[in-house]
Design a protein around this ligand. Structure first.
Ligand SMILES: CC(C)(COP(=O)(O)OP(=O)(O)OC[C@H]1O[C@@H](n2cnc3c(N)ncnc32)[C@H](O)[C@@H]1OP(=O)(O)O)[C@@H](O)C(=O)NCCC(=O)NCCS
Length: 200
């Protein structure tokens, strides 16, 4: 039997996507972002880069996604801010029922690709000390823990671990990025497989 490759698309987040992103956030985060925070980010296209991962073609509608303003094809999303040479990952999430199937890796690879395209030199992010799954994923992209922010998360006072990429142009980082790209089996429109980097 011929096995069809899954068809996915990484696209820029639009205002019409915010309702679905919030639905996913309600499933996976204790404190979802307010809607206006997304609208603000989407209005700052020069420094902010937000994207969504969708399944292309027919998909089964998950039970919570039947409202007309929700997009059942959305799998996950992620966002990033650029400040000078640094790209700061602000959020990333995958629908609860679809986690640990490789989609987070695709969204994160899309953010790293955007960091290259924006001309950033480093990528940084904060993650809850208890969020081992996310930390494993970032370590898989060769991120390292460089510090801790005490009581960073105001909902429960939890500390944040600060992770840092080192130069995204370094051979070590590029190798890890390419290894992650190789592990992606689906066809992902919007994700390049060849690494063309600026600022060498
Ligand atoms: C973190 C998150 C985005 C990862 O997405 P995902 O689709 O579940 O992750 P993937 O399947 O692509 O896995 C990538 C790597 O992450 C780690 N990982 C993800 N889920 C894991 C799990 N349940 N158990 C162990 N490791 C896990 C692994 O290192 C994995 O690599 P592997 O396949 O070699 O084991 C997703 O789990 C999520 O939305 N979590 C809730 C929101 C969140 O915590 N966001 C991050 C805030 S900083």
């Amino acid at each position: 039997m011929v096995q069809l490759r899954q068809q996915l698309a990484l696209e820029l987040m639009r205002e019409a996507d915010v309702a679905t992103v919030q639905e996913i956030e309600r499933e996976i985060f204790a404190t979802p972002w307010p809607r206006n925070a997304y609208y603000r980010e989407l209005a700052s296209r020069a420094s902010a880069h937000y994207m969504v991962l969708r399944q292309e073609g027919l998909v089964e509608t998950p039970s919570g996604y039947r409202a007309p303003d929700l997009d059942p094809t959305m799998i996950g999303y992620g966002g990033m801010w650029r400040m000078y040479d640094e790209a700061h990952v602000t959020t990333i999430g995958v629908r609860h029922d679809l986690q640990h199937r490789g989609y987070g890796r695709i969204v994160f690879a899309g953010l790293v690709q955007a960091a290259y395209d924006m001309g950033a030199k480093w990528v940084t992010l904060e993650v809850r000390t208890t969020n081992e799954n996310a930390m494993r994923m970032y370590e898989g992209f060769s991120f390292k823990v460089i510090g801790r922010r005490k009581g960073y998360y105001t909902d429960n006072g939890e500390d944040a671990v600060v992770m840092w990429s080192d130069s995204i142009h370094s051979p070590r980082f590029r190798k890890a990025y390419e290894e992650n790209l190789e592990r992606i089996e689906a066809d992902v429109r919007g994700l390049r497989r060849d690494l063309i980097t600026k600022g060498e």
